[in-house]
Design a protein around this ligand. Structure first.
Ligand SMILES: [Zn+2]
Length: 139
């Protein structure tokens, strides 16, 4: 038995089993190989199959990585929420006051800052980390 990836003129790909390549050729000539979607007999062996397969494999691998990153970012978020103080929009102000007033015993803070504000803070020597804020609900 041989499995072929077949491509129809309607653009659909599908797989079909044949007892041999000769059987496939003869069925093809008799127009007995039909598209499972539109029943057209304009079907040919899909030479692109290996590429398509590897492309879809890549997609699966990538989404696995994204899931992992998201998981880690969620853990960072949970850690921040537990151990740091949320100062929201006041972040640049609060970060400066901690830095310049050398407030002691203050816990770390987190909040919102525009990219410009964040780079200003960094230029002033204030340690700022930017992390993507992952939405907990969306999973
Ligand atoms: Zn078709």
């Amino acid at each position: 038995m041989i499995k072929y990836n077949l491509l129809c003129k309607c653009g659909e790909n599908f797989e079909s089993w044949f007892s041999s390549s000769r059987e496939f050729d003869s069925l093809c000539k008799k127009k007995l190989v039909k598209c499972i979607y539109c029943e057209s007999s304009s079907v040919k062996k899909n030479v692109m199959a290996p590429n398509l397969a590897s492309r879809s494999n890549k997609k699966i691998a990538n989404s696995g990585i994204n899931k992992n990153i998201k998981k880690q970012l969620l853990q960072i978020r949970k850690y921040l929420e537990k151990n740091f103080k949320d100062v929201g929009e006041n972040f640049p102000h609060e970060a400066r006051s901690i830095h310049y007033d050398k407030k002691k015993g203050i816990q770390g803070i987190y909040g919102k800052a525009t990219p410009e504000e964040a780079s200003e803070l960094q230029e002033e020597g204030i340690e700022v980390e930017t992390i993507p804020w992952v939405d907990k609900s969306e999973n």
